[in-house]
Design a protein around this ligand. Structure first.
Ligand SMILES: CCCCCCCC/C=C\CCCCCCCCC/C=C/C(=O)SCCNC(=O)CCNC(=O)[C@H](O)C(C)(C)COP(=O)(O)OP(=O)(O)OC[C@H]1O[C@@H](n2cnc3c(N)ncnc32)[C@H](O)[C@@H]1OP(=O)(O)O
Ligand code: FAD
Length: 659
């Protein structure tokens, strides 16, 4: 006898008569039918392992027990790599990110930094010989590493880092030192308890001169006992807003000597006699950060997809209040206000992914040409990776919080998974370059391009002036032009502000600081333009069936109008937008909300996120929300006895004390 599978009747109804093929969208997002099959096989392989399941929800464990439990699972996952039905790299990508990996390791993978930064740093910064020495060991997990750059006193301002690596030509060693408390490395993931090696960024001193920060391969702990080596002061920094099983740590050096060969010398060298050989570009040692900024754009998008799926399904199950007097309480998704909360983030997941795909392609192209010594694409890659990392992470964090709020009280439960998702996404605003700082880097590139009439592909529009009449056309292609005018206009306003500040007598750095608000706005408009263009162009260039194209086009239009309505001042200021245009866009926007609303569940279904990955009773496929919330509550240690022992210890004496 086949067991009947429960499906909430409202969700069942939402799924009836879907006008498009959900599987086609799934394949589109995965990058092809075969990729979908591969991903599903991998998910089944990992998620069917009983040993990877939690005995109790993580929330109920102590800080140390959480770490130990997640490390156990992380190691087990590594043992499963060899037999994975997907390739090793594919499996690692899935396990380190917000998708499959987060179904098992809910607050971060203690080994993540090894794959996300340590191995990429070895590959990007090490010579062929250095890679031969350490990469295989790293791949085989004979050593586990992290990336130690940030210090207690400095994260953003890399030139201000204090850790010193002084070359001693007599012994042909570098001496590593933390000259002050603020020089201690502080924050590196996996550093606290997991890693036994690190790529350490330190100021290189040779022949009495500081040559700036460079990467050094440093052993931190004994390979057998895991005890810190002499002169290494290492520990964990304590609980955080999220990512609590990513054991972020601190690290100090008390005159630790390492051989000269442990300077990663792909780009710059120190010869035996202490002669320094410069890199072709002084920013090449920042390459590991560029890689992570690129993958973070993809990662926050997956997190956003999870949040939107949870909130959308829940909003179609949840019935509340009265829409039409006397009628049954409506699904909260039927309130236009709820659609306004959820459909823009739903649409954003597509825009962000398509933009992140473009960035990933640029990263690979630029990297290949840099391997051949051609640095031409580096400024564009830096500009775009900063812009998209900052935009995707900050927008995703706001959207995730909106999704949480859209679930009312139940969204505030830990088990809703919103706190963890938010903890992950909001961290991305800070790590790998604090967003404000990255916006200012983008602005620097935009101003330079506009003034010097020279720059890469992503800023070409700042050089080529728009031809023809500047009318307002509200087709998607017309809207892209509006975004472009805003991006150009805001750069010009920022430049005017800089010039104005100079005229007032400000020195260049002060003129820059006093124009920061305008500069950041210009950088954000540039990033938005890139996402909007990617969304519109990708749909134009893709081979999609008519029904899928229709729904994705509606999402695209909704999204690009949403941002205009959100920042209409910029469009009035720079794009000739008139009151009538805005009113027209407003009515188009609400029409689109209504048009997309009936397909919201079908669209999130097409993300094909398994319940284990969503990790939320609110977002499960079957919509059995209330039963699942009860089941979660039953797991609370406070519910294991009717009367908790604390009653006898504290409450009863109080009740009897006649205060
Ligand atoms: C086997 C492999 C398997 C692969 C598995 C991969 C799996 C991936 C899957 C999922 C991923 C999930 C990810 C989630 C986990 C993430 C964990 C995150 C851990 C976090 C780590 C960190 O945070 S590390 C520390 C990061 N720190 C920073 O980012 C510091 C920020 N500060 C800076 O970057 C710089 O200081 C700053 C850019 C602010 C300025 O630098 P400064 O030296 O002061 O430079 P300046 O004088 O201003 O010069 C500017 C000049 O240089 C150009 N420039 C600056 N930076 C760069 C660069 N990076 N590249 C190129 N060029 C650069 C700049 O444009 C200027 O140029 P000009 O204008 O002068 O021409
Ligand atoms: C979860 C997490 C994981 C991390 N993992 C790692 C890791 O693995 N390895 C590692 O090395 N580091 C790691 N970090 C550190 C991270 O890279 C830094 O925290 C980040 O680069 C910001 O630097 P900061 O903390 O010094 O902030 P600060 O630079 O002190 O920022 C404080 C404020 O000052 C502002 N500000 C600073 N400079 C400027 C400026 N020039 N103009 C305008 N405003 C400015 C910022 O916008 C911000 O508002 C991690 C951090 C987090 C939160």
């Amino acid at each position: 006898m086949t067991k009947e599978i429960y499906e909430n009747p409202d969700l069942k109804k939402e799924r009836q008569n879907c006008p498009f093929n959900k599987e086609e969208i799934t394949n589109f997002l995965d990058g092809g039918k075969e990729k979908t099959t591969e991903r599903r096989q991998l998910e089944t392989y990992i998620l069917s392992d009983e040993q990877l399941k939690d005995a109790v929800p993580m929330e109920y464990l102590s800080h140390a027990d959480k770490y130990a439990e997640e490390l156990r699972k992380s190691c087990l996952l590594m043992h499963k790599l060899a037999d994975s039905p997907a390739g090793q790299v594919q499996t690692l990508r899935a396990l380190m990110g917000a998708g499959l990996g987060s179904a098992i390791l809910k607050e971060g993978n203690p080994i993540a930094l090894h794959y996300v930064m340590f191995i990429p740093a070895l590959m990007g910064q090490g010579t062929v010989e250095q890679q031969a020495k350490w990469l295989e060991k790293a791949y085989n997990l004979n050593i586990i590493g992290t990336y130690a750059q940030t210090e207690l006193g400095h994260g953003t301002f890399l030139r201000g880092l204090e850790t010193k690596a002084t070359y001693d030509p007599v012994t042909k060693e570098f001496v590593l030192e933390s000259p002050s408390l603020t020089a201690y490395k502080w924050w590196p993931g996996s550093l606290g308890k997991t890693a036994n090696y690190a790529v350490v960024m330190a100021q290189l001193y040779t022949k009495g001169k500081c040559e700036g920060i460079h990467p050094f391969m440093v052993q931190l702990r004994d390979e057998e006992t895991h005890e810190p080596l002499p002169g290494i002061l290492v520990g964990e920094i304590g609980p955080k807003l999220g990512m609590n099983t990513n054991d972020n740590g601190y690290l100090g050096f008390d005159k630790v000597r390492i051989p000269r060969e442990q300077l990663l010398m792909k780009h710059s060298q120190v010869l035996e006699d202490g002669t320094y050989v410069k890199p072709t570009n002084s920013k090449l040692s920042y390459g590991t950060m560029v890689f992570v900024r690129v993958v973070v754009c993809q990662d926050v998008t997956v997190n956003l997809r999870k949040a939107v799926t949870i909130a959308t399904r829940y909003s179609c199950v949840r019935r509340q209040s009265e829409l039409k007097p006397g009628d049954r309480e409506p699904q909260v998704m039927d309130y236009q206000a709820q659609q306004h909360k959820l459909l823009p983030p739903l649409a954003a997941t597509f825009g962000f992914q398509l933009a992140a795909d473009h960035l990933w392609n640029l990263y690979n192209t630029a990297n290949n040409s840099m391997e051949q010594g051609d640095m031409e694409l580096l400024p564009d890659l830096h500009g775009l990776s900063c812009a998209l990392k900052a935009l995707c992470s900050s927008e995703a964090a706001n959207f995730v919080e909106t999704c949480r709020q859209s679930c009312g009280g139940h969204g505030y439960m830990s088990c809703s998974n919103f706190p963890r998702i938010y903890g992950q996404v909001t961290a991305a605003i800070t790590y790998e370059g604090e967003n404000t700082v990255l916006w200012l880097q983008v602005a620097r590139y935009l101003v330079k391009t506009r003034k010097e009439k020279s720059g890469g592909l992503s800023v070409k529009y700042l050089i080529d002036e728009e031809k023809g009449p500047r009318t307002v056309d509200t087709t998607p292609e017309g809207i892209v032009k509006l975004y472009r005018r805003v991006a150009v206009g805001l750069v010009d306003i920022a430049i005017a502000e800089l010039e104005n500040n100079s005229r007032k007598g400000y020195a260049p750095h002060d003129a820059w600081n006093h124009a920061a608000v305008h500069l950041i706005k210009a950088a954000q408009a540039h990033a938005r333009l890139f996402v909007v263009e990617s969304f519109v162009d990708s749909l134009k260039g893709s081979r999609l069936s008519a029904p899928v194209r229709a729904i994705l086009s509606q999402l695209c239009e909704l999204f690009i109008i949403y941002w205009i309505l959100d920042r209409s001042g910029d469009f009035f200021l720079c794009a000739n937008l008139k009151k009538e245009d805005l009113l027209q866009l407003n009515s188009k926007y609400v029409q689109l909300l209504a048009a997309i609303r009936p397909q919201a569940v079908n669209i999130v279904d097409s993300f094909d996120l398994r319940d284990e990955i969503l990790g939320s009773p609110l977002g499960c496929w079957d919509g059995n929300v209330y039963q699942r919330l009860f089941d979660e509550a039953a797991k609370s240690p406070l519910n294991q006895k009717n009367v908790h022992e604390s009653f006898h210890k504290y409450l009863k004496p109080l009740l009897k004390s006649n205060l």
